[in-house]
Design a protein around this ligand. Structure first.
Ligand code: NAD
Ligand code: LMR
Length: 340
């Protein structure tokens, strides 16, 4: 076991002189599952974020090396690695944002629901620790199936008496990232200018990109919109098949996770008009959790925004999408009744 093995060389003295950090509040971010395929590049991207002052990299193995490596990057934050459950308390204490990519990824032929049995247990344990050691942190849930791991986290927090619906987020940013990329390619517009909301959930047809609201406008024919929608819905499977048994999206997910965590930090810091899509507790539909545009603020979710006008095609897709489609989702209550 090791404790806080890696500290960045930048002491307070150097921080003050080297970077203009005085006006930026201290923010601690933890990555749980930091030694994994997503965790490692996500740790690097969060190390590049000037809004972060402390980073805790936690995993059940291999965090000493990841933390030592990332800590040498000459940016603001101090990095500490934590390994094993007895160091989880130190990793979480004082956290403002906790990002969770801990859990197993898909292999070809699997659905995200096939991950439920293993990942539900992992998420349940980590959320119980968050409830104890940093109950006020914003939780960014990446572990799949997001449509189920987010309700599980909510139940764990409710049981602990710490649930705040404004602070729990399913990270669906990768769906937005994909929708933007695919739309820009088809519409032949600059990808950096593109905005596309993606609503619903994070599995197959529950992923509903709203290309009718995409900007810049391109007036694409319906068959192109259908093809773009399907490609966005199947984006995860496209990567799983291309990786041929070596896991699912890691690099694009790390990028998406870093964008979403950055938005959370900006909201906490009082930056106005920070809006991202996320899977949150919602009254936008009859479903208890739903992804839509969310305004982020000093307490997390400031406003869950509505769907806006839908095209006939999106309306039909929205009605046919079963957003909590699997028996796994339905089982999470029962699962939580089990032993701790
Ligand atoms: P990975 O196997 O490469 O890494 C997972 C890491 O989690 C490993 O380092 C492992 O040791 C760690 N881990 C396992 N149990 C843990 C525990 N109890 N506490 C802390 N860490 C623990 O997998 P990956 O490719 O990084 O994917 C991780 C998860 O993210 C998967 O469930 C995957 O399906 C999901 N994912 C979600 C999205 C999304 O859009 N939300 C995108 C891609 C992947
Ligand atoms: C993704 O969308 O890439 C992730 O949910 C991983 C997966 O299993 O598809």
């Amino acid at each position: 076991m090791f404790r806080s093995v890696a500290r960045s060389a930048a002491g307070k003295h150097l921080l003050r002189r080297g970077y203009a950090t005085e006006s930026v509040p201290d923010r601690k971010v933890a990555v749980l599952g930091a030694a994994g395929g997503i965790g490692q590049p996500l740790a690097l991207l969060m190390k590049l974020n000037p809004l972060v002052s402390r980073m805790a990299l936690y995993d059940i193995a291999n965090t000493p090396g990841v933390a030592a490596d990332v800590s040498h990057v000459n940016t603001r934050s101090e990095v500490a690695g934590y390994v094993g459950e007895d160091q989880l308390k130190q990793a979480l204490a004082g956290c403002d944002v906790v990002i969770i990519p801990a859990g197993v990824p898909r292999k070809p032929g699997m659905t995200r629901d096939d991950l439920f049995n293993i990942n539900a247990g992992i998420v349940k344990g980590l959320c119980a620790a968050i409830a104890k050691y940093c109950p006020n942190a914003l939780v960014n849930m990446i572990s799949n199936p997001v449509n189920s791991t987010v309700p599980i986290a909510a139940e764990v927090f409710k049981k602990a008496g710490t649930y705040d619906e404004k602070k729990l987020f399913g990270v669906t940013t990768l769906d937005v990232v994909r929708a933007k990329t695919f739309y820009a390619g088809k519409a032949k517009v600059n990808v950096a200018d593109v905005n596309v909301p993606v609503v619903g959930g994070h599995a197959g047809i529950t992923i509903l990109p709203l290309f009718s609201q995409a900007t810049p406008k391109a007036n694409l024919p319906e068959e192109d919109i259908k093809a773009l929608t399907k490609r966005t819905q199947d984006g995860g499977t496209e990567v799983v098949e291309a990786k041929a048994g070596k896991g699912s999206a890691t690099l694009s997910m790390a990028y998406a996770g870093a964008i979403f965590a950055d938005a959370c930090l900006k909201g906490l810091n009082g930056v106005p008009d920070v809006v991202e899509c996320s899977f949150v507790q919602s009254t936008v539909t009859e479903l208890p959790f739903f992804a839509s545009k969310v305004r982020l603020g000093k307490n997390g979710v400031e406003e869950v925004m509505g769907l806006g006008p839908l095209s006939d095609y999106e309306q039909a897709d929205h009605q046919s999408a079963e957003l909590m489609p699997n028996s796994a989702s339905m089982d999470h209550g029962g699962f939580l009744m089990g032993s701790s």
